[in-house]
Design a protein around this ligand. Structure first.
Ligand code: PMP
Length: 351
């Protein structure tokens, strides 16, 4: 039986993506070859890469001033690449400390120059998004995390600033309509809303590059990847192909706005249950709640055994909270059907 997969990542993908990807492993496009054994320089794979890059721009409504790359190294390598490409020697950057991943980005940023943490909710266990801050023109860039996967908080607004905004969208990419043209760099590991782990999406506004005077190692240089159409070295072929299938699924199901409507309905269903059921409480404040990761806990620990047994018996998987926070986390990414959320809500009601 197919489980209701609430895992935070790698996570659920649309069933049709699993089916088409399995077919491509056996025979890709009728070539008589598996997608796993073809050259990344074949015209068939170049077409995949080009379609995926173009579809990202189309879904995000971005123009030719942006470039799309599919790289490796996960979001964690972007914690390094972004400052390497944007922070001047002796420069400084502003970072928002809204969760453990934001803190991990800050740690890497500090290796390239001065980092000013303009807002932090660390002392309050990252239960909210810091809001009272400004980002002045003295910074080379501003870094933020749009969705905090562990704590279940999400930025609803981004600051108005003249410096490039670098945004880690790993856990809410393509989940809601945003004006994507307000960002200088958007990056996301594929393994939540886009595909399997192994590919990292990077969207770069070209005119912010080339200003640091740094000698950037080849693989870490966005400009080099752009000049090679994201084919500087062997890309993660299968992960890019699966990402393309997911992007096509998003487009064929009404694009990002329709995905957002589905996500809002799922999140409302679950938060309404948490708010009305005295046995459950959210870790995060209501105004910053994530529509992707719903992190919550039991108010009565004596019910833990019964709750755990009940959700497992209902075919639910991946509900345990992150090891650093405990409790539970229901990740309800784009591909999660509302029917699965209803199964969880029914279990919560039955306690
Ligand atoms: N940023 C966020 C918001 C994440 O949720 C994660 C991982 N779950 C990361 C960064 C790290 O990503 P990766 O494992 O792709 O390096």
């Amino acid at each position: 039986m197919k489980k209701h997969n609430f895992s935070a990542g790698p996570s659920i993908l649309p069933q049709e993506v699993f089916e088409k990807a399995s077919q491509a492993v056996l025979d890709f496009n009728g070539m008589g070859l598996s997608i796993l054994e073809i050259s990344h320089r074949s015209k068939e794979f170049i077409a995949v890469m080009e379609e995926a890059r173009a579809l990202v721009k189309k879904l995000m409504k971005l123009g030719d001033d942006y470039e799309v790359l599919f790289l490796q190294g996960g979001a964690s390598l972007q914690f390094v690449m972004a400052p390497f490409n944007l922070m001047k020697e002796g420069g400084k950057a502003a970072y928002l400390d809204s969760g453990s991943w934001a803190a991990a980005a800050i740690k890497e940023g500090k290796k390239f120059g001065t980092v000013d943490v303009v807002g932090s909710s660390k002392e309050e266990k990252y239960s909210f998004i810091p809001k009272d801050y400004t980002v002045g023109t003295e910074y080379d860039f501003f870094h933020c995390t749009s969705n905090n996967t562990i704590y279940g908080t999400q930025m609803k607004d981004f600051p108005k600033t003249e410096v490039p905004i670098v945004c880690d969208m790993s856990s809410d990419i393509f989940s809601r309509e945003i004006d994507f043209s307000q960002f200088g760099i958007i990056y996301a590991g594929a393994q939540k809303n886009m595909g399997p782990s192994g590919a990292t999406l990077v969207v770069v506004k070209k005119d912010i590059l080339g200003k640091t005077g740094r000698n950037i190692p080849s693989y870490l240089d966005y400009s080099l990847h752009i000049s090679k159409d994201s084919m500087f070295n062997t890309p993660p072929v299968f992960a890019v192909y699966c990402s393309l299938l997911t992007l096509q699924w998003i487009e064929n199901n009404g694009g990002i706005s329709a995905a957002e409507a589905r996500n809002n309905a799922k999140a409302k269903l679950l938060y309404d249950e948490i708010d009305s059921n005295p046995l459950f409480e959210c870790f995060s404040v209501p105004e910053d709640r994530s529509t992707m990761n719903v992190s919550f806990y039991l108010t009565d620990e004596s019910k833990k055994e019964a709750f755990d047994a009940a959700w497992k018996a209902a075919g639910i998987s991946g509900l345990n909270g992150h090891r650093s926070l405990g409790g539970y986390r229901a990740s309800i990414y784009n591909a999660m059907p509302i029917e699965s959320v209803q199964v969880l809500v029914d279990v919560m009601k039955s306690l």
